[in-house]
Ligand binder design. Structure first.
Ligand code: OOG
Ligand code: NI
Length: 474
C-alpha cells in the first residue's frame, strides 16, 4: 500500500541540499571563502596521501566522506520569536539545538546554541551545524537605545512566507516531497542572504555600533546574514601557515588546544571580517557606508572529552589565559602558543591513556579476529582491557561535534576587529534562552556517552560477552 510518506525525502537529504546551496551562495558573496575551501581540500588531500593509516581508519569508520562536505556556519538573531522559528526551520533538516553557550563572559551580548544532527548515521551523511546566537538587549545599559533596537527588530520579518508555509507543511505531514524540499531550500536560503541595504539611517547605525558592534550587526539589517562558513581541515597548522600565501590574513592565534598527536576537541582559526559597502536609509537620499561582519574560518576536530577530560582542558586553558593575554593587534601570540603547548604537556596524549583514564569518549567495535575467535568457541576474556589486548575489540575516537565557548568568544572578538582576549563575569541565562527557543537544548555530553556506551554494548553482544567488567570505561 502506497503511503504519502513514501514520497518524502529524508531530512538528511534536505540538509545536504541546503548545505550545497549555502556554500554556493557564500562563495559568491565572499570569494575568499572559495579560496579557503580550495586550500583546505589541498591540505586534506596531502594529509591523507601522507597518512595511509589515517585514511584507512576514517574510511573504515565511515568518516572520510563527511569531511569534504563538512561545514559549520553562524548567524546572530535579534528576537526570541526569530529563534523560535529558526528551531522549526532547522528541524526540517534534521537539526536540533545542542548545548548552551554564554558569550557574555567575553563581553559579547549574546547567548547561543548549535543546531546540528544528533544521530550517528545523520552525522556521517552530513554533520552541518549552525552556531546560532540570540542578542541579549537586556545587557545594553542605555534604556532608550534598548527600546529603539527592540522597536526596529519588531518591524522585521526574516522568514519568507514560502518557508513559513513549508515549515507548517512539514510539521503537519511529517515530511517534504522532493519538489517541496527544493522550494524549502530556496526559500530558507533567503533568510541567510547578505543585504547591503541597511534598514536604519547612518546615524542610528552609529549609535548602535557605539553601544556594541555586534548590536549594529544584528539590528541594522533585514535578516541574520550567514557570517561565516567553515570547512574542516585535517591539519589546521598547515592551513594557517599557507593562508597568507593565498592572500588571506588569519587571526593571531589558533583557538582551542595545542597541536597534539591525538587531536582533542576543536581547534579553530579565522580570517578578519571584510569591510563591505552598505547603503543606509536617509531623508530622501541614501548614504553610502561600510560594515564589517562576514569572515572566514577553518576548524580541525578531534576526540570528544568526558566531563573529567573537559574539566582538565578548561583548567589548563584557564591557567594559560591567566598567564599570557593576547593583545589588540595579536601581541603576545607567540608567548601564548608556547605557554599553551607547555601547559598541555600534562594532558595525556595517547589514545589508550585517554581511554583508561576516562578522559575521552571512544567508539568500540568487535574486530574480525574477535568474531573469528567467537566462532571457534574461544573463551572470551571478560574485561574490556583484556578484550582490547587480545585484539578482539578496538576503539576509535568519537569526534567532537560541538563548539567551545572560550574559542567562540575569541572568534567573535577577532571579527569585531580585535584579537584582544578579555574575560568578563559570566551572566548565563539558559532558562531565558530555552524559553525563547521553545525547547530545552540537548546535553552534548549525554549524546557522546550514549554513542560510546551503545557501541560497547553492541560490540560485546557481537563477541558474545555477557557479563563484562565495565570498570575501565568512562
Ligand atoms: C559566531 C562565532 C563563534 C565558532 O566557530 O566558535 C563561531 C559568530 O561570530 O556569530 O563561529
Ligand atoms: Ni565558527
Amino acid at each position: 500500500m502506497a503511503t504519502t510518506q513514501s514520497h518524502f525525502i529524508s531530512a538528511d537529504r534536505i540538509r545536504s541540499l541546503f548545505t550545497e546551496a549555502m556554500s554556493a551562495m557564500y562563495r559568491e558573496e565572499v570569494p575568499q571563502y572559495g579560496t579557503l575551501v580550495e586550500l583546505v581540500a589541498d591540505v586534506n588531500a596531502k594529509v591523507l596521501a601522507d597518512n595511509p593509516a589515517l585514511k584507512a581508519r576514517l574510511e573504515a569508520l565511515g568518516e572520510l566522506e563527511r569531511i569534504n562536505v563538512e561545514r559549520h556556519g553562524a548567524i546572530r538573531l535579534g528576537t526570541a520569536a526569530e529563534l523560535h522559528t529558526m528551531r522549526r526551520l532547522f528541524a526540517v533538516m534534521g537539526m536540533e539545538a545542542v548545548g548552551y553557550y554564554d558569550l557574555s563572559m567575553a563581553g559579547v551580548p549574546v547567548h547561543s546554541t548549535c543546531f546540528r544532527p544528533v544521530a550517528e548515521e545523520a552525522l556521517k551523511i552530513n554533520p552541518f551545524r549552525v552556531f546560532t546566537s540570540l542578542l541579549r538587549l537586556e545587557l545594553i545599559e542605555d534604556k532608550a537605545l534598548r527600546a529603539e533596537a527592540e522597536a526596529i527588530l519588531a518591524r522585521r520579518g526574516i522568514f519568507t512566507d514560502g518557508v513559513l508555509r513549508l515549515i507548517s507543511t512539514f510539521e503537519q505531514t511529517g515530511g517534504l516531497t522532493e519538489e517541496q524540499a527544493k522550494s524549502f531550500v530556496a526559500e530558507a536560503l533567503e533568510t541567510f542572504r547578505w543585504h547591503s541595504e541597511a534598514t536604519v539611517s547612518a546615524e542610528t547605525y552609529k549609535r548602535l555600533h557605539d553601544a556594541h558592534r555586534l548590536i549594529a550587526d544584528v539590528v541594522s539589517f533585514k535578516g541574520p546574514h550567514i557570517n561565516h562558513l567553515t570547512p574542516r581541515t585535517l591539519d589546521i597548522d598547515a592551513v594557517q601557515a599557507e593562508m597568507p600565501k593565498r592572500g588571506i590574513t588569519p587571526k593571531a592565534v589558533i583557538e582551542g588546544p595545542p597541536r597534539r598527536k591525538i587531536d582533542i576537541l576543536l581547534r579553530q582559526t579565522s580570517f578578519k571580517a571584510l569591510e563591505e559597502p552598505v547603503v543606509f536609509l536617509g531623508e530622501g537620499e541614501a548614504h553610502a557606508g561600510t560594515h564589517t561582519a562576514r569572515f572566514g574560518e577553518i576548524e580541525q576536530r578531534g576526540v570528544a572529552l568526558t566531563p573529567k577530560g573537559r574539566m582538565l582542558y578548561d583548567t589548563l586553558l584557564h591557567a594559560v589565559r591567566g598567564e599570557v593575554q593576547v593583545g589588540v593587534k595579536g601581541a603576545g601570540a607567540g608567548d601564548y602558543a608556547a605557554e599553551l603547548s607547555a601547559r598541555f604537556e600534562t594532558f595525556p596524549d595517547d589514545a589508550d591513556t585517554l581511554r583508561r583514564e576516562g578522559l575521552a569518549f571512544f567508539r568500540y567495535t568487535a574486530t574480525a579476529e574477535g568474531c573469528a575467535a567467537r566462532d571457534k568457541g574461544v573463551a572470551m576474556p571478560a574485561s574490556v582491557d583484556q578484550l582490547i589486548a587480545a585484539g578482539y575489540l578496538r576503539f576509535d575516537p568519537v569526534i567532537y561535534e560541538d563548539f567551545l565557548p572560550v574559542s567562540a568568544a575569541g572568534i567573535f572578538q577577532s571579527n569585531l576587529g580585535t584579537d584582544q582576549q578579555v574575560n568578563y563575569a559570566a551572566r548565563a541565562n539558559r532558562a531565558a534562552f530555552e524559553a525563547a527557543l521553545g525547547a530545552k537544548v540537548e546535553d552534548e555530553l549525554a549524546l557522546y556517552a550514549a554513542t560510546q556506551n551503545g557501541s560497547l554494548a553492541e560490540a560485546l553482544r557481537t563477541l558474545g560477552v555477557t557479563a563484562p567488567e565495565r570498570k575501565s570505561i568512562a
